[in-house]
Structures are given as C-alpha cells and as structure tokens.
Design a protein. Structure first.
Length: 131
C-alpha cells in the first residue's frame, strides 16, 4: 500500500511539474513549435534513464522511493520517458528489430489513435448539434 501512495504522490507532482514547465516554455517560445512538450519529453527521458540505471545498479533507493520517482513522478511528468527507456533497453539488449518495431509502432499507432479520437470527437459534436 505504501508503494501505491508513493506512485500517486509522484504522479501528482510530476503532472503539475509538466504543466508548469511546459506552459512557461511555450509562453516564451511562442506557438510555432511545441517546445514545451519537447523539453518535457527530453528532460523526462533523461531523468528516467538516470534514475532507473542508478536505482537498479545500487541499493540506494527503496522500492517505494524508486516507484515514487520513476512510475510516479516521471510517469506523471511524461510517459514518453517510459517509451524512450523501454526502447533503449531493447537496443541495449541487442533486440534491434523489437526496438525498431516498438518505436515505430508506438509512434504510428499513437498518432492513428489520436486521429481516430479527433474523428470520434467530431462525430460526437455533430450528434450533439443535431439533438
């Protein structure tokens, strides 16, 4: 149960951190490119890579603290970090075809899912307007 609450706390702090940082960057950089999201994704991937490699190689972090920082904070901050870590781990294990398939399929299917979500929302809006 302690791990559950550690993840919940970390996710809350990570989500708020993502919002504050991405918003601040985007306000300064303008809307021509999604710099806020880009910075969050890269910094979250860097942080998760460091945390997992360090935590798994040393006994310095408890299970609860590791869950708070990785699944919780990094997951709330950006799930892109998990995607990046898993792809890198597959590459490091020499599973190049799986890493490539995972990387390409994740991006393409996530984009397809977003486009399908757009279409469903348009239909829901049209249905609502007809009623």
């Amino acid at each position: 149960m302690k791990t559950f609450w550690a993840v919940a706390l970390g996710a809350g702090v990570g989500g708020v951190s993502r919002y504050l940082l991405a918003s601040a960057i985007q306000q300064r950089a303008g809307t021509a490119f999604p710099w806020g999201t880009f910075v969050v994704n890269v910094s979250g991937s860097l942080l998760l890579g460091f945390l997992l490699r360090y935590a798994l190689a040393t006994p310095s972090l408890s299970v609860e603290m590791r869950a708070l920082l990785t699944t919780g904070f990094c997951g709330g901050y950006t799930t892109f970090s998990t995607y990046s870590y898993e792809t890198a781990a597959l590459l490091e294990d020499g599973q190049y075809s799986r890493a490539g398939l995972y990387a390409v399929a994740s991006v393409l299917l996530a984009l397809a899912g977003t486009i399908a979500g757009f279409a469903l929302a348009r239909e829901a809006i049209a249905l609502r307007e007809r009623l």
